[in-house]
Structure formats: structure tokens, C-alpha cells
Design a protein around this ligand. Structure first.
Ligand SMILES: Cc1cc2nc3c(=O)[nH]c(=O)nc-3n(C[C@H](O)[C@H](O)[C@H](O)COP(=O)(O)OP(=O)(O)OC[C@H]3O[C@@H](n4cnc5c(N)ncnc54)[C@H](O)[C@@H]3O)c2cc1C
Length: 632
């Protein structure tokens, strides 16, 4: 018999015995994302504790020249392939990426960018992978999704993190050559809440195989993949007298008997996404295909996503850069009411917003990629914020660019070309980008995840104080220890003086503001904990405001730091970079102040109550006047 696996339950440091099953599982999901090898603290987590850690963000980690040179080679190859083999509007129209484009990408190594050289990949850094995602994402969302789903969440990433040498030798060369892979977690009833999945992996009597049964929904690359990472429930374990579900990650081959592509799914955008419903019927998978260990699937999935989540922000930043070019050109050329529309303030402000926020996206995306390259850093919060911020900002940037191009923004590139105009594809961009705040962790789930992590140090500091099963003596000791901790920490949060930073004089006040605002944020969080106690987790609107304030502080700090670094390195090549960071910081500060105001005074309870009435049917009268045709 195989040794009993260590369950993720053992890693929990919080008393879960009184929790509902759903709440306990939600907590396990968060805990599973923690990694054991972190040596460096998270800049963002420190921010939530009231500390703007200059040493973690200044100097900004620009890419070193040798790494940049390696990346330049790949970028040059990819640019040529995009130009010669990839027609994004045709791909959008036909719903197919031409095989010769996929072949060319595979030959250039685009399917093995981070796979080590000794296993046939390019062995490049996360930063160079992000640069590639940015390039492809700026041009063709479908191609970006194909490459990203394969190596950000498909087999290469979990194998890199957790694979055995034997698994790496067996799979990496195939993956690097261009055999496509996919990640299968979601099911019809299991979306944001993966712990409740129903796909089952039952061990054979000799324990050498598992028999997989179940159906996975919306599996990107699933219709063309040769290899899948499949998450399934394996037999439960008894922990503290209770049965605990176990999730295990399997590598499954398309050719294994019982794997079936049931349907290809189609969406409002990403028309060439090879996304489908994949059925597993009595699929016999060898035990050697388990990634990490039996029962460690959630850890595999969520740790994979910690880094995997950084590709999408890079691709989003690429799309924003493309929008900046589209908006700039049109705002300068289009003349209405006797002046280029960029001279009218309403349009000018949109252009400025697009430029400043594109720079902020780049600043946080490359900062987080650099953390991965350095290694040993807790990047969960940075990655989740990048994912949330970049997907939401890119959506707004695309929408504003469409508004700037107006009628021409709404018209398809094909139609524009047919009447002799330039085929600017902003309509396609809008359709393709909508999914970004939904998959790989929806914006709502990102906010919850970040809030929980922000509160985690307080939960830890409280120790057994919150453990209802601990003996009274232990709880009192914990209370005393927590009291001492807070007596040292809390008074410092009232320090009203900004810190001074050795950066450009236009940016120093913004970092000074951020240092005060982070203390204010830590105080506000702490007070909210005191006021709402265990009810705080239900106050999602309040928590979301804190998360948004924290995100803007992170973005401000990274933006100012990057601007400082680029300005110092080569001011001529980055003219106006200080103004760009200055404008972003001013915008962010306005949002932060609004956030603090709304955290104090809001109508959250009214809105919640009304929503319950609406979902309960009390406002059906308001729906009258709409066509009453049932959707079939
Ligand atoms: C185009 C596309 C590609 C995809 N690719 C993949 C893939 O390759 N592999 C894979 O496994 N999955 C994939 N997915 C699935 C995707 O990750 C899920 O759609 C996503 O996780 C959300 O799940 P759901 O759609 O079931 O929404 P639900 O979980 O049903 O949520 C519905 C809404 O409620 C919100 N919500 C849910 N729970 C809470 C809560 N506790 N508090 C507040 N709000 C909440 C959500 O944010 C969302 O807005 C893909 C989906 C699409 C559409």
C-alpha cells in the first residue's frame, strides 16, 4: 500500500472544526495556494500591514541586459511569425488558427518558452515569457490564449513546479515541440468553487492505476490537446474523525481509451478558442501520472495559478498598448468641429487615462515577473492584483478606445477594410477581452482571495484566541501574546508623517502619500475586523474597497519606481515617463480617497437588502415591458 498522503487539511493553522463544509473548503482552497519555499516577503502583504517596504520595490527590477538579449531573439522570431502567418481578423472570422501558424510557432519554441533547455525548451525567464505574451496579446487574442493555456496552466507549468525527473523527461520534450496541453478543472456545477468537483479517480485494486470518470467544462485547448492536467476527487481521507475530500492532479493523454471531446464551445469573443467539454469514461491512468501527490491537487492547481496568472496581465498590457496606438492615431488625425478630436478635452482625458494606465499595467506586470525570476518570493497577492487590475483596466481602455473611434470603433475591421478604410480591430478587441475578468479567477474571487490574505496576519496573530476548541489557559496566553503584538504595531499606524523617498522630486510626494495611506489602510482593516469580527468576511463590498485601495497603492508604488528606473537609465528613450507616473498617481490617489470615504459612509446594507428582494421575485413587476419569450 502506498503511504497515506499528507492532506492539505494538515497545513491549516486555523480551527475549522466549527465551520460549515463550504466555508472550510473555501479556506482550504486559499491555504492550498501557499508555497513552502518563500524567503522574501510580499510587498503587497506588507502594504496591508501599514508598511511601504521601499527595499522591496526600489530600485525597480528592470530586466538585465543578458536576459533581455535572449528575449529579444524570441520576440523578433514571434513578430515575424505574427506578421507572415497570423491574420487575427481571419482567425476571428473562421474560428480556426491555421496549422501552419501553429507549426511556425512551435518551431520557434513558443510552446516551450519556460521549459528547461535540457528538456528541449527555450529555458527562458518569466520576464521573457511575459514579453512574448504581451506581444501576441497585442495582436491576436486567440493565438495568445492557445499559447498561454498550454504553458501557463496546461501541463508545462505544474510539471516545472512539481514534476518528478521521470515525468519531466517523459513529457517536456513533447510539450516543447508543440504538442498542445490543457487544464481541466471546471465542471458544470463547479466554477469558482473547485473543491466540490464531481470527477472521480478511483484506484484499481492493485493501486497502480486510477479509473477516471467525469466531465469537464470549458477546457481551453481541450479540443486539440494531446495532454491534459485533470483535477479529480480521489478517495476521501479521515481527518480528526471526519471524512475529508481529496483532490488529485493527473496527467491524462488524449489517446487513453475513454477520453472524449463531447462538444466544442463557442463564445462572444475568442472565436478560435479550442475550448470544449471533455468526458472521461473509465479512463485508466497510471499512478506515475499523478502530479506531486495523491490529495495534493488543489495545491497543484492553485500554485500553478500563482505564476500562471501572470500571463494574462502581460497579454492585457499588450492589448492596452495596441489601444494606445489606435487611440493616439485617431485622436491626432480625426478632425471634428475644426480641431483634431484629441484637442477636445473629453477625448484628451481619455487618451491620457489610457497612456497612464497602460504604463501602470506594465509596471506591475513586469515587477511581478521579476519576482518570479528572482525566486523565493510570495507572489500570490501581486499575481492576483495584476490579474484583477490588468483585466479590468484593459477592458476600460478598450472601451474608451472604441468610444474615441466611435462609429469606426463599433464597425468590424473587415467592414472598415471593405469600404477602403484601415481595418482597426477594436470591435474584435472588445469581444476578445471580456473573458479576462472571468477566467483564471474571476474579479470577485480575486477580491475575496486578496482580502483573506490581507487579513491572514491578524488571524495568525490571534492564534488560539480564535480557536474555540483550545483550552481556556491556551486562549488566554494567545490573547496576551496578541495584545503585546498589537501594542507594538498599532500605535505606529497613527504616525502622520510621510516617509521620504530618493526618487524624482515629482514622484517622491506620491510615494510619501502611499506610505501614509498604507498605514491608514492597515488601521481601517484592523478597525473593520474589530467591528465586524467573524462577520467581516460577508461584508464583501467593504472588503473590496480595501482591496482596491491596496491595489492602487501597489500600482502607484510600482509605477513610480519603474518611472524612476527608466528615467535614470535612459531619459531620452522614455521622455515624459515622470509625467506619466505622476498622472497615474494622481488618478490613483483620487480613487483611494473615494475608497476610504465609501468605506466610512455607504449604502451597502440597503443594496444587499434590495438585491435579496429582487432575487426573491419582489420586483418582477419591473421586468414587465420586456418581451416575455422564454430563452430556449
Ligand atoms: C472562455 C472560457 C475559457 C475557460 N477556460 C478554462 C480552462 O481552460 N480550464 C478550466 O478549468 N476552466 C476554464 N474556464 C472556466 C472559468 O475558469 C470559470 O468560468 C470561472 O472560474 C468562473 O466560473 P463560473 O463561470 O462557473 O461562475 P460561477 O462560479 O458560477 O460564478 C458566477 C458569478 O458569481 C461570482 N461568485 C461566485 N462565488 C462568489 C462568492 N463566494 N462571492 C462573490 N461572488 C462570487 C463569480 O465571480 C461570478 O461573477 C473557462 C471559461 C470560459 C468562459
Amino acid at each position: 500500500m502506498a503511504q497515506a498522503p499528507v492532506t492539505e487539511e494538515h497545513d491549516l493553522q486555523i480551527d475549522t472544526s466549527k465551520m460549515s463544509e463550504g466555508k472550510r473548503q473555501a479556506l482550504e482552497v486559499t491555504e492550498a495556494a501557499r508555497e513552502a519555499t518563500w524567503q522574501h516577503p510580499s510587498f503587497v502583504l506588507e502594504l496591508f500591514q501599514g508598511r511601504l517596504r521601499e527595499d522591496l520595490i526600489l530600485p525597480y527590477p528592470l530586466q538585465d541586459p543578458e536576459d533581455a538579449r535572449k528575449g529579444d531573439e524570441l520576440i523578433a522570431k514571434l513578430s515575424a511569425i505574427l506578421e507572415q502567418k497570423v491574420d487575427p481578423d481571419e482567425i476571428d472570422r473562421t474560428g480556426e488558427i491555421p496549422p501552419e501558424a501553429i507549426d511556425a510557432l512551435a518551431r520557434a519554441g513558443a510552446f516551450g518558452i519556460k521549459i528547461p533547455k535540457e528538456h528541449g525548451g527555450l529555458g527562458l525567464s518569466q520576464t521573457n515569457y511575459s514579453r512574448s505574451a504581451m506581444l501576441v496579446g497585442s495582436y491576436c487574442g486567440n493565438t495568445a490564449a492557445l499559447i498561454s493555456a498550454h504553458q501557463s496552466i496546461g501541463v508545462p507549468q505544474p510539471l516545472k513546479l512539481f514534476g518528478t525527473e521521470e515525468q519531466k523527461r517523459r513529457f517536456f520534450p513533447r510539450l516543447a515541440r508543440g504538442e498542445i496541453s490543457a487544464f481541466a478543472l471546471t465542471e458544470a456545477d463547479v466554477g469558482s468553487d473547485p473543491a466540490r468537483m464531481t470527477t472521480r479517480g478511483q484506484p484499481t485494486p492493485d493501486g497502480r492505476h486510477f479509473i477516471l470518470n467525469g466531465e469537464k467544462l470549458w477546457c481551453t485547448n481541450g479540443t486539440v490537446a494531446n495532454l491534459f492536467v485533470v483535477m479529480a476527487q480521489t478517495p476521501p481521507k479521515v481527518v480528526r474523525g471526519k471524512e475529508r475530500p481529496q483532490i488529485t492532479a493527473f496527467i491524462v493523454e488524449k489517446d487513453m481509451p475513454g477520453v472524449e471531446v463531447v462538444a466544442r464551445c463557442h463564445f462572444m469573443g475568442l472565436k478560435a478558442l479550442y475550448n470544449g467539454v471533455i468526458r472521461f469514461k473509465d479512463v485508466k491512468v497510471p499512478r506515475e501520472n499523478i502530479i506531486l501527490e495523491e490529495g495534493k491537487g488543489l495545491r497543484v492547481a492553485l500554485t500553478t495559478l500563482n505564476t500562471g496568472r501572470l500571463t494574462l496581465p502581460a497579454a492585457c498590457t499588450g492589448a492596452s498598448k495596441a489601444c494606445l496606438a489606435m487611440a493616439r492615431e485617431f485622436a491626432a488625425e480625426r478632425v471634428q468641429w475644426g480641431a483634431p478630436i484629441g484637442k477636445h478635452e473629453a477625448i484628451a482625458h481619455k487618451v491620457a487615462w489610457i497612456a497612464a494606465h497602460t504604463f501602470a499595467q506594465e509596471a506591475i506586470a513586469f515587477y511581478s515577473a521579476a519576482l518570479v525570476d528572482r525566486g523565493g518570493a510570495d507572489i500570490r497577492l501581486e499575481a492576483a492584483m495584476c490579474k484583477m487590475f490588468c483585466s479590468e483596466v484593459t477592458w476600460r481602455i478598450i472601451n474608451e478606445t472604441l468610444q474615441i473611434r466611435s462609429g469606426r470603433g463599433y464597425e468590424t475591421a473587415q467592414s472598415l477594410r471593405a469600404r477602403g478604410e484601415k481595418g482597426v480591430p477594436i470591435e474584435r478587441f472588445l469581444r476578445d477581452a471580456r473573458i479576462n475578468s472571468i477566467f483564471e479567477g474571476s474579479s470577485e474571487i480575486m477580491r475575496l482571495f486578496i482580502a483573506r490574505e490581507a487579513l491572514d496576519p491578524h488571524v495568525k496573530a490571534s492564534g488560539d484566541l480564535l480557536n474555540s476548541r483550545a483550552p481556556l489557559g491556551k486562549r488566554l496566553t494567545s490573547g496576551l501574546r496578541a495584545g503585546l503584538h498589537y501594542a507594538g504595531w498599532y500605535p505606529g499606524l497613527w504616525n502622520p508623517l510621510p516617509r521620504t523617498f530618493q526618487v524624482h522630486r515629482q514622484l517622491a510626494p506620491h510615494l510619501g502619500y502611499a506610505s501614509i495611506a498604507s498605514r491608514r489602510l492597515a488601521r481601517a482593516l484592523f478597525h473593520a475586523m474589530g467591528r465586524h469580527q467573524t462577520g467581516l468576511e460577508k461584508r464583501q463590498a467593504l472588503l473590496a474597497r480595501f482591496v482596491e485601495i491596496g491595489t492602487d497603492l501597489f500600482a502607484m508604488a510600482a509605477t513610480c519606481a519603474r518611472a524612476e528606473a527608466l528615467h535614470s537609465k535612459d531619459p531620452a528613450a522614455h521622455s515624459g515617463v515622470i509625467e506619466l507616473a505622476d498622472l497615474f498617481s494622481k488618478e490613483a490617489r483620487r480613487r483611494i480617497e473615494e475608497g476610504f470615504r465609501a468605506a466610512r459612509r455607504n449604502h451597502d446594507r440597503d443594496a444587499y437588502r434590495l438585491a435579496q428582494e429582487v432575487t426573491g421575485g419582489a420586483y418582477r413587476w419591473l421586468e414587465k415591458g420586456a418581451a416575455e419569450v422564454p430563452f430556449k
